[in-house]
Unconditional design. Structure first.
Length: 449
């Protein structure tokens, strides 16, 4: 239009600005804003609201507020758009101030506030608004369920779900299914999926990915075949998010070939795709393939995240690639600036422990004691058991007894260390502690293990 000398109307400007916000196309959106100024439409409230909404979707909150402040006549749509912008970037104090000081509110205003608080995991504030909201809808139900799910409060999520008028919609069912899956309620998640199938409720991308994740947790081969069949029957679009979940499921269910086939046929692969496949290779003892894929993803311009490094470090640990593992750990912290999680330290300790470098592993733990957990210390204790290091084993076990006193496995490992050196009396004394502390002795234990 501009090249042909045709002047755009206010409707045209509004449509283009809305399109830029959806993409999002920041550079083009700002160009349209400049053209808008030249065309004299700054007095058009509909156009200004579209401009405000666009900047809010971009996360350019100061630009959005500047537009909002320049508006002479703000209606409920403009106020709500500004609130939505604040909510998007987590500025709920500002959003709440506008909400309290605006005049008329509509259902979308309420929905925006509830969803905003839920996304920020402030479920107390979200619930206060939700409880007094008249026109609850699918968006608010999903936001509340997802919010409780992020905090691990499955019972409250279920309370919200059960309060939804029957029949519940596809989005609400998917949110509840995802809540179950992400909190380890894998059986309940699969049951929810089956109910959705029986009730002929649409299986969304969220529902399918969550069901696949739950199946992976259960390592249920039969269910994995069922889910794969449903996808072949076009029960749900095979998006890259679903495919990423499939890679993990096939791996957990013991079929690395299906995982690799899924990976190979994907048209679009993101960092999560590579991370899933690297973890799959590591889990199945294909360490070199995991390392090669880790290097390949970087050549393709994808930056690894914390999960990616857990996968490649596990691969190095299982194959004894000590120097590669230590080098990747240094790259993670030094090049990518990723703060190590306890899982990363556990991988390094496992790597060094398997190689017999127990003191080196112990020094890493001591230098980063606040970033390690019982699993990290347990990995070192297992290495002490492997190499019969009584002195270090006692030090590590004592620390484990303090931070994880209810795990009988730690006592068993120490007893096994004593037994491996013929110190039977000390081994029996440690085993007595399990009974004295009211713990259940792990099955399969013997004095010589």
């Amino acid at each position: 239009m501009h090249q042909n000398g045709v002047l755009p109307s206010g409707f045209t400007f509004s449509s283009v600005l809305s399109a830029c916000g959806r993409v999002p196309a920041v550079f083009e959106g700002k160009q349209v804003h400049a053209r808008l100024v030249q065309s004299g439409f700054l007095g058009n409230n509909i156009v200004l609201t579209a401009l405000l909404d666009m900047y809010g979707k971009f996360g350019c909150i100061s630009d959005a507020r500047d537009v909002f402040d320049r508006m002479d006549d703000r209606d409920v749509i403009a106020w709500t758009a500004m609130i939505c912008g604040y909510a998007k970037v987590g500025m709920m104090v500002d959003a709440q101030w506008l909400f309290d000081n605006m005049g008329e509110r509509n259902s979308f205003t309420w929905t925006t506030m509830v969803a905003g608080y839920a996304n920020c995991e402030d479920m107390k504030a979200a619930k206060e608004l939700y409880d007094v909201m008249n026109d609850k809808n699918e968006v608010t139900w999903v936001a509340m369920i997802a919010g409780y799910g992020k905090l691990g409060n499955v019972s409250e999520a279920r309370r919200v779900f059960d309060g939804i008028p029957v029949p519940q919609g596809a989005s609400a069912c998917a949110a509840m299914l995802a809540c179950y899956a992400q909190n380890g309620y894998a059986t309940e998640a699969i049951d929810m999926y089956k109910k959705m199938i029986d009730a002929k409720i649409q299986i969304t991308e969220v529902a399918m990915a969550a069901a696949i994740s739950a199946c992976a947790q259960l390592r249920d081969i039969r269910m994995s075949n069922t889910l794969t069949d449903h996808l072949e029957e076009d029960c749900c679009d095979r998006t890259h998010i679903v495919s990423n979940a499939l890679i993990n499921m096939h791996s957990k269910c013991g079929n690395i070939n299906l995982a690799l086939s899924e990976f190979s046929t994907m048209r679009y692969r993101d960092m999560y795709t590579y991370s899933a496949m690297i973890a799959a290779f590591a889990e199945h003892g294909k360490s070199q393939e995991a390392i090669d894929l880790f290097l390949k993803m970087q050549k393709e311009g994808l930056k690894p995240n914390q999960v990616t490094f857990i996968g490649v470090l596990n691969a190095c640990a299982s194959s004894g690639h000590i120097e590669d593992g230590c080098r990747f750990f240094q790259i993670m912290t030094g090049v990518f600036g990723i703060e190590p999680l306890p899982e990363h330290y556990t991988c390094i300790v496992d790597l060094l422990g398997r190689a017999g470098q127990l003191e080196r592993a112990y020094n890493i733990i001591k230098e980063n004691v606040t970033s390690t957990d019982a699993t990290t210390w347990g990995s070192l204790l297992a290495a002490c058991r492997l190499y019969g290091n009584v002195e270090l084993g006692e030090i590590v076990a004592q620390h484990l007894f303090e931070i994880d006193p209810e795990d009988p496995g730690n006592y068993v490992l120490l007893a096994n260390i004593y037994a491996s050196k013929g110190q039977w009396e000390r081994a029996q004394q440690v085993m007595k502690l399990i009974s004295e502390k009211g713990m259940k002795k792990p099955s399969g234990y013997s004095s010589i293990q």
